[in-house]
Design a protein around this ligand. Structure first.
Ligand SMILES: NC(=O)c1ccc[n+]([C@@H]2O[C@H](COP(=O)([O-])OP(=O)(O)OC[C@H]3O[C@@H](n4cnc5c(N)ncnc54)[C@H](OP(=O)(O)O)[C@@H]3O)[C@@H](O)[C@H]2O)c1
Length: 279
């Protein structure tokens, strides 16, 4: 099986373009699911403080006997940790749960522009933890262009990534272009549109024509556009199927047919209004 390409972030750190997503994997299942992904060959795990499953992710990495430098681990600052004085402490708590000495990538999960803590101040605290060496890179998630603009104007470290909702129904070409213009890599969350893309006729017709699964077709579309992806799946068969995407390419015509599905339709919340704070 061909290997996973790497993308070089704006600070020189390399990230595998393909990983395993862990949202909605319950804490009690996380170790087993992540162990399966590691066994299949995934070397990039996307978790978050909000997912409640960092212990399981860390236990799977430890049990696999992999060196920390062999697995790229991302976590995200929870929405109740935006206060600048909570940022460093909450990263320490994540590291403890994960059993790691440092993270590869730490993200502000949501900008929360309607709460009374300014995400620019939160980002300045993220810059501090980056300088402390406890994470190899920092970035943001769910930042629109106007949120990024404020970070670029008012702070020093340019985010290494912006992790945003992207799938064929919501291609986000404008925001991806803004990211690229500033050297910010785009990570595409819900790359399979939480499963909704898998029954789309354009995708299933291509899949049938080239003898591949619909999930593989959708994931190839992302990879060929340059998105970093980490699909989530709950069985080792699906985990394996999703990973088996490095020995074929979609034609320009097939890429175009999938790009034509863009209807500007979000599945997840709008970052301009999302203000969920966990208890
Ligand atoms: N930053 C953010 O705000 C944010 C938000 C959402 C997601 N994320 C990240 O992005 C990751 C991926 O997004 P996601 O989990 O929302 O959705 P996704 O990866 O687009 O889709 C996952 C869904 O597709 C199904 N699926 C996966 N592979 C399949 C296959 N080969 N055949 C058939 N069905 C398949 C899964 O079913 P089963 O699970 O039943 O197998 C699950 O229902 C998350 O896990 C998380 O790490 C980040």
């Amino acid at each position: 099986m061909a290997s996973v390409p790497h993308i070089t972030l704006n600070n020189g750190v390399e990230i595998p373009q393909f990983g395993f997503g862990t949202w909605q994997i319950p804490p009690e299942d996380a170790q087993a699911r992540v162990a399966e992904a590691l066994e299949v060959g995934y070397r990039h795990i996307d978790t978050a403080q909000m997912y409640g499953n960092e212990e399981g992710v860390g236990a799977a990495i430890a049990a696999a006997g992999l060196a920390p430098e062999d697995v790229f681990v991302t976590s995200k600052l929870n929405n109740n940790n935006h206060a600048p004085e909570r940022v460093g402490a909450s990263l320490d708590e994540s590291l403890q749960r994960l059993g790691l000495e440092r993270l590869d990538l730490f993200l502000i999960h949501w900008p929360l522009p309607t709460i009374d803590i300014d995400y620019v101040d939160t980002w300045k605290a993220m810059e501090e933890v980056y300088r402390s060496g406890k994470t190899r890179a920092i970035g943001v998630s769910n930042f629109n262009a106007h949120h990024l603009r404020r970070l670029l104007d008012e702070t020093e470290v340019v985010p290494a990534v912006n992790q945003i909702e992207v799938h064929p129904f919501f291609a986000q070409d404008d925001l991806r272009a803004v990211n690229a213009e500033h050297g910010i890599a785009t990570e595409a969350w819900s790359p399979l549109a939480q499963g909704q893309i898998l029954s789309n006729p354009a995708v299933t017709q291509i899949a049938e024509a080239i003898g591949r699964a619909p999930s593989q077709v959708a994931l190839r579309w992302h990879l060929q556009r340059g998105d970093i992806v980490f699909p989530k799946a709950s069985s080792i068969e699906r985990v394996r199927q999703n990973f088996d995407v490095f020995d074929f390419e979609l034609s320009d015509a097939d890429m175009g047919s999938i790009s034509a599905l863009d209807e500007g339709r979000r599945i997840g919340p709008d970052p301009d209004t999302f203000d969920y704070i966990p208890a």
